[in-house]
Design a protein around this ligand. Structure first.
Ligand code: PA5
Length: 448
């Protein structure tokens, strides 16, 4: 279902070195599968494709049906990082590009995201929309203490309580958080919100197949069962101890390019706007899992052909610090043929009768050859088409390969100590109680 093709790297690497890297990837695979490596208390994501009970999906569907029955037409999903990117990726990949504008989508519940930034304009404009709609809210935070979602939730909660009354607010707010601890857990218990649990042994960036992803995906009217089925197929493929395993090939090649050939940046490339957020989800997965202990490949992403007219210049011609991983979608699910034009002023008649996707494929092939000629190795991750099953397979493939790759790199894939540094400074600057010493120190540093 997910194939990895390394031909676009062959001219850059030594085959014997690749073999050695595969051996190391297989050792890393053993560490992941033995469940004895660093961070082994965060491996719950490995069984989600096969062990997610249907009753959980039914519970999510019950929330959807209850909200539809109330006429809810806008769900604000609040969360940041791993508590939002997977759901957003799935919704963007599997929804109509123009769902918001289409008349036929008017009766559906629209899912919008908040709590993933601290922009005042964003929140003010969100509230303009909320004021016009029949609203419900899903507040997602594993720790239950993250500032960005907490700020948004306060504002959305206040609106819901004022508009519908406190008793009805309970029916319109769902919390997804830790089973036992955290401010959100306490609030949910106190207010009597329906709650779903983020399992203890699943970290944020590996949580798309927990309620963190499942509930928003179900609310958006998408097929979570097919996503899980695709993930289960990928699980079967990547759990085979073989040098042909796509996760082993991917981990081995990216580590080799990094460690022996100075390729410090990996660019995830897509040729379909539906996969823009696959890039965002993937960047968090690999950036937080590998970027630590002064090591790691910097994950970047581009949307082609759009970005061929911007950063394409750098990829072709700039510092040779990068390799590309192209998500190659073999078939379009829709058909648009380029028409003939009598005047042919744009001189496009040579393409008349061709599918647009044929042009996309030729752009992809032409870019591949040009980038290889320009010194950019290319890994290709291929899937048949963009659908729920394929997306589920990509989720699990990239998660599993990330575990293997990070162990091969020699880091703990499942912690993220670096994300605390900015929070400490922000709390000190905001005068959070308990941060008095840090506030004094930071203000001295800033000459205040
Ligand atoms: O991957 C992670 O663990 C992080 O990116 C978290 O998902 C993110 O910081 C949000 O945390 P929380 O769900 O606790 O609010």
């Amino acid at each position: 279902m997910v194939n990895v093709d390394l031909k676009g790297c062959e001219s850059f690497i030594d085959a014997a070195q690749y073999k050695k890297s595969v051996e190391k990837a297989l050792e890393a695979f053993d560490v992941l599968q033995s469940e004895k490596g660093a961070g082994n208390d965060f491996l719950g994501w490995k069984v989600l494709p096969t062990e997610t009970p249907d009753s959980l999906i039914k519970e999510c569907e019950a929330v959807r049906d209850a909200w539809l029955a109330k006429g809810v037409n806008l769900v604000v999903v609040i969360g940041i990082g791993g508590s939002y990117l997977g759901a957003r990726c799935a919704i963007e990949a599997l929804s109509h590009n123009f769902a918001k504008q289409l008349k036929s989508a008017k009766d559906k519940m629209e899912v919008v995201f908040a709590g993933n930034n601290l922009s005042e304009e964003y929140l003010a404009e969100l509230m303009d929309l909320v004021a016009e709609r029949n609203v419900a809210c899903v507040n997602i935070s594993k720790s239950g203490t993250t500032t960005e979602p907490a700020v948004s939730f306060r504002i959305v909660k206040e609106h819901i309580e004022k508009t519908y009354g406190k008793a009805e607010a309970k029916e319109r707010i769902v919390a997804i958080t830790d089973a036992k601890k955290g401010a959100l857990k306490t609030l949910a218990t106190q207010e009597g919100y329906k709650s779903f649990i983020v399992p203890d042994n699943v970290g944020g960036r590996f949580s798309v197949l927990t309620p963190v992803g499942i509930l928003p995906i179900v609310l958006a009217g998408l097929d979570i069962r097919a996503i899980l089925a695709g993930a289960a197929e990928a699980k079967k493929a990547v759990e085979v101890r073989s040098e042909e395993n796509p996760a082993i090939k991917y981990a081995a090649m990216r580590n080799l390019l990094y460690s022996e050939y100075g390729k410090k940046v990996e660019v995830l490339v897509n040729y379909n706007p539906k996969f823009t957020f696959l890039g965002e989800w993937w960047k968090q997965l690999y950036g937080e899992s590998e970027g630590k202990d002064l090591k790691g490949i910097f994950p970047a992403s581009v949307n082609f052909t759009t970005d061929l007219h911007s950063v394409g210049q750098f990829i072709q011609d700039g510092d040779r610090c990068m390799f590309e991983t192209v998500v190659n979608v073999k078939n379009a699910t829709r058909s648009v043929v380029i028409p003939s034009d009598e005047q042919n002023l744009d001189q496009l008649n040579y393409l008349a009768g061709q599918h647009v996707e044929h042009c996309n494929a030729m752009a992809q092939l032409g870019t591949k050859l040009a980038h290889i000629d320009g010194g950019v190795p290319q890994i290709e991750v291929s899937v048949e088409k963009i659908d729920a099953k394929t997306l589920g397979a990509l989720f699990f493939f990239f998660e599993f390969a990330c575990g293997v790759s990070a162990y091969q790199l020699g880091v703990n894939p499942f912690n993220q100590p670096g994300v605390e540094a900015y929070k400490k400074n922000m709390f000190a600057l905001l005068h959070k109680p308990g941060f008095e010493e840090q506030t004094a120190a930071i203000e001295k540093r800033l000459g205040k």
